[in-house]
Design a protein around this ligand. Sequence first.
Ligand code: TRP
Length: 343
Amino acid sequence: MKGRIFSGVQPTHTLHLGNYLGAVRNWVRMQKEYECIFCVVDMHAITVFQDPAELTKNTREVTAAFMASGIDVSHSIIFAQSQNRVHAQLAWILNCVARVGWLNRMTQFKEKAGKDRENASVGLYTYPVLMAADILGYRATHVPVGEDQKQHLELARDIAQKFNTDFGVECLVPPAPVIGGPAARVMSLRDGTKKMSKSDPSDYSRINMTDDADTIALKFRKAKTDPAPLPGLEVLDEKGFVKAEADALRPEAYNLMAIYAALSDQEIGAVIGAYEGKEFSAFKRDLTELAVSVLGPIGAEMKRLLDHPAEIDAVLSRGATKARAISEPILTEIERAVGFLPA
Ligand code: TRP
């Protein structure tokens, strides 16, 4: 094994194609090389008010998405953050290590809190410290995250280093980021300059992992494109990526081609080569067929699991037991380093 991976997803919504191609699918592949811990971060979710029944439903749904995508729970751990109290306890200690100045620099807080910062929850402010606790509580060596989480990961490293220096120990292991491959960015089907997102008001902007074949077909048919035929290989740079100038002119077209490439595990150049000069309508038909062949079975298995919530809950509960077994001794070491007496 190359190390221990920890990653988390907030149960604030149903997962979409961007989450699948950008995260979950890579996790499934990494299971062979790493010991993996995947956490449904419900405690992060409540930094913004969540309807309790929705939170429960979404926690199960994200778990079902992991399982249906091929996370093998006999090897990897899936659990909900709140099911292991170590996260909250360690977060408190780390809150006392992290500096206000460090948190004030977090760009995601500024974005999420918006103009009315006084009215944001304190939890939203210390969110990155809880994330540091998630990672450091397991001595995770590698953390796969999107671009938007890189700053939080840097903070986790800073907290680990300051803790070790302050207490003269080597207790905490600064984690390394694992940034996803080129497939990591899936854009909105309605606006190729915006990321595919759960918070876009239009459901036509995204493909949800639970969408059925007809819905997938409809969404790709309605996906924004332009009247020109599909581009040729001249739009690629020497590394095989679409040149920025070309992408800026036809972001929707290249997004669909990138989705096709990711779903079929090819370089985008292979897709562009195959469809050069063809009509969008033909390409969209093939893309739909491909997407349905990949997502159809996953969506179907998710539905089956969601009809059997006890199966999902049992997986989470077994995962939480394993998660506690790893993190409790680490927390104990940390508590001794701080000078807390055993209970
Ligand atoms: N903050 C991450 C996000 O919103 C989710 C997350 C919480 C996470 N804890 C984590 C990711 C630990 C990686 C490791 O995407």
